[in-house]
Design a protein around this ligand. Structure first.
Ligand code: NI
Length: 397
């Protein structure tokens, strides 16, 4: 038996009919946000919902929930991912369903992502007989922190029998209803570096008897500004920012150590290697020239999100059907990080943005007044549903 697209003809109506329910789910999640690695209540809610629709659930880390919907026909496995964690932000939206968990807020839209993926699961569970292959719904914990949930899930084997993966982010910088997709690099890899400069402390009036780590740190912070501008090929995007500098306790004492910490963003891993090496050389060289020494800890964070061409093609084609070709744009890459990248190091996939900026969503992600525009959620459901089906039903292997 082969399945035709026309057999899924009621899908759009099913999705639209589920909209009021999906809004309720999202507002419920919004009211009870939980921080990264502590999403117990959220995970329980997700698990119970999936099981209610006859979807088998497993957990790879004890914090995530993975739903497995096996179609009636043999085929490949596609994964769809939503992140479920909230942020340490005090909500100031004034919404009647605002956070009841003080100091914690769904300020990035992950409540919307979770509601969207739950809706996809609920709707697709009614089409089991028509589905060729398996759909795996990954509700991932801890996207907002490093190390995050995706790394743990990948290490625990979540992608082992998966053939491809899709994910989305509700995106305030893009206008409501627009799908922004892009093949290749979409979001930056994100690393951290931590440098401790060891000098020799003493009295502020007798600097010649000291090795002043404050002066070394000041020189080094300035020098680091030339890593990207002078050593990285300008056609490759990269950022180096020092976000923290600490030294001393008193105005008249030269301390014996100073600390510098910063972040590096990149798309191409070769650029990352260059930057890492250059930070080492500059830090060591600068310290040596002053007679100081240093410890350098360069920490590799999430890799960059690099979309597979074919998977992105599926997203673009589906988007043209769902929102119309005039509402599909090429995404502007972001120097922000996203741990969806770990899944993409295992299997081909595509991550895309669903625009929701406008009157109902005026504040940027992570802002205390951040809101999502719920009216775009059905687009998200359709995008993930049709992308998964297109991958499974039409895949020629
Ligand atoms: Ni987010």
């Amino acid at each position: 038996m082969t399945t035709e697209w026309s057999d899924f003809r009621d899908l759009d109506q099913q999705i639209e009919a589920a909209f009021p329910w999906m809004v309720e789910v999202r507002r419920h999640l919004h009211q009870y946000p939980e921080l990264s690695h502590r999403e117990t209540r959220t995970a329980k809610y997700i698990r119970e919902s999936l099981e209610q629709w006859g979807i088998q659930t497993v957990s790879y880390t004890g914090k995530d929930v993975v739903g497995i919907l096996k179609g009636a026909q043999e085929g490949e496995t596609v994964a769809l991912r939503a992140d479920i964690d909230a942020l340490p932000v005090e909500e100031k939206t004034g919404l009647h369903y605002a956070s009841t968990n003080q100091g914690v807020m769904h300020a990035c839209g992950h409540d919307g992502h979770t509601a969207i993926l739950l809706c996809v699961a609920r709707v697709l569970s009614k089409y089991r007989d028509l589905i060729k292959g398996t759909i795996r719904f990954i509700f991932q914990h801890a996207e907002e922190v490093v190390p995050g949930g995706a790394k743990e899930l990948v290490e625990a084997g979540v992608m082992e029998d998966v053939d491809g993966i899709f994910g989305l982010h509700l995106w305030q910088p893009v206008e409501k209803g627009i799908v922004a997709a892009k093949k290749g690099p979409l979001m930056a890899g994100s690393d951290g570096f931590f440098i401790t400069i060891h000098g020799k402390g003493g009295h502020g009036s007798m600097p010649h008897d000291t090795i002043d780590p404050v002066v070394v740190a000041a020189h080094l912070v300035s020098q680091l500004q030339s890593v990207v501008s002078r050593f990285v090929d300008p056609v490759y995007p990269a950022v180096l920012s020092v976000g923290k500098i600490m030294a001393g306790d008193s105005y008249n004492i030269i301390p014996d150590r100073a600390e510098i910490a910063g972040t590096v963003r990149y798309f191409d891993p070769k650029v990352r290697d260059q930057i890492e090496e250059r930070i080492h050389r500059m830090a060591e060289g600068t310290c040596t020239s002053f007679g100081a020494t240093c410890d350098i800890n360069y920490v590799h964070g999430d890799p960059s999100v690099i979309n597979d061409d074919k998977m992105n093609q599926i997203v673009m084609e589906v988007a043209e059907k769902v929102v119309g070709s005039d509402r599909v744009i090429e995404a502007v890459p972001s120097m922000g990080g996203e741990d969806f990248s770990y899944y993409l190091t295992q299997k081909p996939g595509a991550y895309f943005f669903l625009g929701m900026g406008g009157e109902n969503a005026r504040y940027p992600h992570h802002h205390p007044q951040f809101t999502i525009d719920e009216s775009v959620m059905p687009i998200g459901v359709k995008m993930l549903t049709y992308s998964a089906l297109q991958f499974l039903q039409l895949e020629v292997s």
